[in-house]
Design a protein around this ligand. Sequence first.
Ligand SMILES: [Zn+2]
Length: 154
Amino acid sequence: MSTEDDPRTLRIRREVLGIRENLRKKSQALDQCQEQIDWLAGWAALLDAGDTLPKEALEFLDITTLHGWTKLTLRLRFAGLAENLKERRETIVDEVKRLNEALKSMEICPQCSGAGKVFTVVSYERMDEGAIIPRPHSKPCNLCAGKGRISVAN
Ligand SMILES: [Zn+2]
């Protein structure tokens, strides 16, 4: 069985690709969060300047008319939504950190624990004083080809 087909390699590869996909989605979600935070800031500035809101702002608020809204209630609504988005952004940033850490540990070769070599035969050597000393021998790990990491192409 070649190293590439080793079930451990395949499992790591699958998990790494899954996490990378998840990270891509988180990155998009972060961009979207930031974009919406920027919209809200822009609309709040329009309100402050006494300008009318664009229809996108109404769509974002999921309302069809500004009837019943005042400058103050709109301002509060924008502030509340921006607050939620900032919290969401922080949550995503934490998740991204966690995923990146998981990714790092996941790529470590499970056979050699990242050492790149495995200890194979231990021979014993008798010293002059009569003590017997074990001599570990190592060889490059065959699962990761001595790299210590399972490389997963992008
Ligand atoms: Zn290895």
